[in-house]
Design a protein around this ligand. Sequence first.
Ligand code: G3I
Length: 393
Amino acid sequence: MPHNMTRIGRRAFVLSLGASAGAGMFAMASKSRRGSDDQEDQDRLTRDKPRDFSVNGDASLRERAAAKGLLYGAAAREQVLTSNPDFASAFARECGILVPENELKWQGIRPRFDRFNFKRADELADFARDHDMLYRGHTLVWHKALPAWFKEKVNSKNAEKILTDHIKTVAKHYAGKMHSWDVVNEAIEVADKRPDGLRKAPWLNLLGPDYIDIAFRAAAEADPKALLVYNENQLEHYNKPRNEAKRTQVLKLLERLKSKGVPVQALGMQSHLGSKPLGSQGKKLRQFVKEVADLGLKIIVTEMDVSEKLPWDVAARDRQVAAIYEEYLSIVLDEPATIAVMTWGLSDRYTWISKRIQRQDGASVRPLPLDAQLERKLAWNAIARAFDHAPQR
Ligand code: G3I
């Protein structure tokens, strides 16, 4: 081990050695499970051939992304960031941009119809500023996280004014300081069977499809400097026909908006990944991001993490999660229109997935770059390698 390595460097170096040593154990382990589920073994990205997750040096994800003209950051919770100094310093080390996990949603910022409370979101904005980070907003329009007063206060007569007033108030509050806004989130739901694929969300029911145009125009007027993003989930999945239908509808929506001069400037791909590798489907993902870029849009990976319930040991799970990250990012970062990667959290200590996924073995979930002790995992290595191998912007 090179003598001049820092503690973090030693971790990354040892981690990479562990990764290749683990390969041997991993291969033996998989052989012992061979009969358990061949399909599952097929899904092991690293089943027999040891993957090399090694990285050079101990530069942070923030530094590795910046070296290629990219941004890396994560979602953060104000209460967590302001009360955990160890986590705060890890966050400042690894992240060049911060997005509030919940503090800028209607529920988080507007406790009463006639009252905005920017305190928590401002704390996060201040943290970003104090650590030379950029700040991005999530989200101005969504069908979830609506406050309790919404239903009783908002109707088809006042909806447009309430929507535009909300967007202008919030976007103006951060005008000039916001890298980008998720203006509209998750507007497509093919299961709702509308020809335009739009989700039967409150704003659609109140204002019709033009609610999206109205939202983007209001955001552009309130903060002309922010990059305006349409954010969507499940664009990365290929396991059901409806995934392809969703990608088609998202492209059609973006084309419609662009043709009407609506100021949408980027697609946010949430990127909540599963534990199945893309494999040959990777070429469809590559094609999709190219079609988005061909519309003149930027791409931001906005909420990346990996949910897995694999019945494997931790080392094997970590290798699979790392391989999923590297496979996905190597494709998306190949597209020059991709400008930033956000994970939905930085450490396994604070992930929404722990509420969403209960593993049968009762083990903790391990979706993010740092473990619960804030140590770098193979997931960190995989993301670092993806930035190191990405084309220069
Ligand atoms: O803050 C209240 C707390 O006062 C109360 O005691 C508690 C009772 O359950 O709820 C707390 O609010 C919760 C909030 O997270 C803050 O922890 C909400 O109930 C809970 O619904 C909310 O969940 C968030 C979810 O979005 C819905 O807003 C998750 O943390 C957040 O990770 C998740 O993030 C979404 C993105 O915004 C959009 N894409 C999908 C992603 C994952 O679902």
